[in-house]
Design a protein around this ligand. Sequence first.
Ligand SMILES: [Mg+2]
Length: 310
Amino acid sequence: MPDVPDRKDVNLRVGERDFKYYIFDWDDNILHMPTRIHLEYRRPEDGVWVPRKVSTSFYAMVRNDTEHYRAPGGNWENAFIEFQDQDQPCESKFLTDTRTALLRVLSGEVPPAPSFETLRETLREGRLFAIVTARGHEPESLRRAVELFIETVLTSDEKREMLRNLRGYRACFDGVTEFGTDAEELDYYLSLNRYHAVTNPKFRTWVESQTKGEIDRAKLSERAKQFAIRDFVEHVIHIITKIGGNQLNRPVSVGFSDDDIRNVEVVEHYIRDELGKRFPGIKFCVYDTSDPALTDGRKVIVSGQLDLGF
Ligand SMILES: [Mg+2]
């Protein structure tokens, strides 16, 4: 136990916890966002292509139906124009849409998306996580949305509990005995997490430099998610090693949740073929949240120790 005075606002019990981390897709996994994809739809009566804006969940169903849906003029950047950070004077469209989506959940207008409560619990427990989305925003925009989630979703008690846990982690693993303000501790925690919008131009440049142009553009989005996941796993392994956690013989698990069945399949294969082999000590769980009626989604243990569900 670290040498920290017995303080009610420091939870030293976190030092005994397992190492559990989460990777969250955002749209329709955390929140049903009002952001729309701009497509063209071929009218069956006359075969004419007409503009049609669709939700992300609708797009997940029709993305391979090229007979009826296409990008405006074949340009996918125009289709996802709302998923980029434009030159906004005040706040990103992502933050505005997140606010709208959060208000709809909090007012009871729409039910929360399947991993909404898991993100809430992850934040309350002060565990590390990554947001990995096919959007193209800056990392800062995603982080601000998480801050808004904390502000509006967590109750005062939950925020207090989160800060007790964050101070506990700092005491147990960083040897900290004096703490910053609440805002500083929260800022430090949020800076440890990862915010990857994988169609962001800078992120794409990084993936392309890693793969030396070997992947065609159509596959880049799927591959980019794999890179983002690998980056987060390497990041948490680095942290565990730095704090001496690898000596503790504690179970390490990484969960990944996504509502797009294609992404789920691609990530399952990626974990089986590559990540699971590179990190045999980690338990990887994939949560398929494509069925909105199923809270937390369908859990698949892809690699690592068996979970008997007891
Ligand atoms: Mg999604």
